[in-house]
Design a protein. Structure first.
Length: 169
């Protein structure tokens, strides 16, 4: 652009600072008012344009999404976090996993967690080897990870630690 234009704008700004400040405040208030009304829709399907033919075909043939059925097994005990109890739960999970109808299993043993290793973040299962702990050292690590992980609470273990859950699809 033209240098004269910028010099004029700069001179007007220097000569009338209160007017410029008031204008900026008014514009900020107006933008803030409209910004509060902005809504975000996280459903990506709503962003797609409505195509009548595509909607009719989806209704006629289905959406193509497979419906998954879930089953949960709750293992309740006054102290389920012992080596013997966890071994029994692992045995039950192993027997269920091999069934043809079961596609995936999320148990307290194979649930993924994050652990800090120096400055890095490690991804690992709650229990080494995706299995029940074999000794007291593994058991203590397992308990520590289980109770510190916010995703594990209410998904694979109750808040009071008396119920362990296994989720299958």
């Amino acid at each position: 652009m033209n240098k004269k234009f910028f010099h004029r704008m700069l001179n007007v700004t220097i000569q009338h600072p209160y007017i410029i400040f008031a204008a900026v405040v008014v514009i900020t208030v107006i933008m803030g008012y409209f910004m509060v009304k902005v809504k975000i829709d996280p459903d990506a399907a709503n962003l797609l344009p409505a195509n009548k033919e595509a909607l009719e075909l989806a209704k006629q043939y289905g959406t193509g999404e497979e419906q998954a059925e879930y089953m949960m097994i709750a293992f309740e005990s006054s102290n389920p976090l012992t080596l013997e109890s966890l071994a029994a739960l692992q045995d039950a999970v192993t027997r269920i996993e091999v069934l043809q109808e079961v596609k995936s299993v999320i148990s307290p043993f194979n649930l993924i967690t994050f652990q800090k290793d120096g400055k890095r973040l490690q991804i690992m299962p709650m229990s080494p080897g995706n299995r029940a702990p074999k000794n007291d050292e593994e058991l203590e690590k397992f308990k520590d990870r289980l109770f510190k992980d916010p995703f594990a609470k209410k998904m694979v273990i109750s808040e009071d630690g008396t119920v362990l859950n296994v989720v299958m699809s």
